[in-house]
Design a protein around this ligand. Structure first.
Ligand code: THU
Length: 132
């Protein structure tokens, strides 16, 4: 699946954002190792800290269907500036990715940057760091 196609799905998911507090809409689409695409949007809460970002919504949607690895994650927030995954989302992406996982941050389906997790979360803490 092309990045452009995935970005369009992220853009569509952004429409469902529930963001009455920030008024900032974010959409994400993940292509998983099972070949399926799952989407998600940000879902805010009156208790702000209970907010779930678009990336985590999409990833949790995918993992609750079938365990696997993220091949590509596409993300779109603002159309003026690139919206990068927040720190918590980077950690969650790390749990379900490998060295080939691509993170696409886009302003729209034609303007996007292609990153790896290593680019945005060097030195990630992972399960290999546990029980040593
Ligand atoms: N947000 C995301 O959905 N993903 C990110 O990686 C950055 C932040 C959402 C959370 C909140 O609803 C709004 O953007 C403002 O922080």
């Amino acid at each position: 699946m092309e990045y452009k196609e995935l970005m369009l799905k992220a853009k569509e998911a952004r429409e469902n954002a529930y963001s009455p507090y920030s008024n900032f809409k974010v959409g994400a689409a993940v292509l998983m190792s099972n070949g399926k695409v799952y989407t998600g949007c940000n879902i805010e809460n009156a208790s702000y800290g209970a907010t779930n970002c678009a990336e985590r919504t999409a990833i949790f949607n995918a993992i609750s269907d079938e365990h696997g690895t993220i091949r590509v994650l596409a993300l779109i927030g603002s159309e003026e500036e690139y919206t990068y995954p927040c720190g918590i989302c980077r950690q969650v992406i790390s749990e379900f990715s490998d060295e080939n996982t691509k993170i696409i941050v886009g302003k729209n389906e034609n303007e996007y940057l292609v990153k790896t997790l290593k680019d945005i979360l060097p030195g990630a803490f992972t399960k290999k760091d546990l029980h040593k």
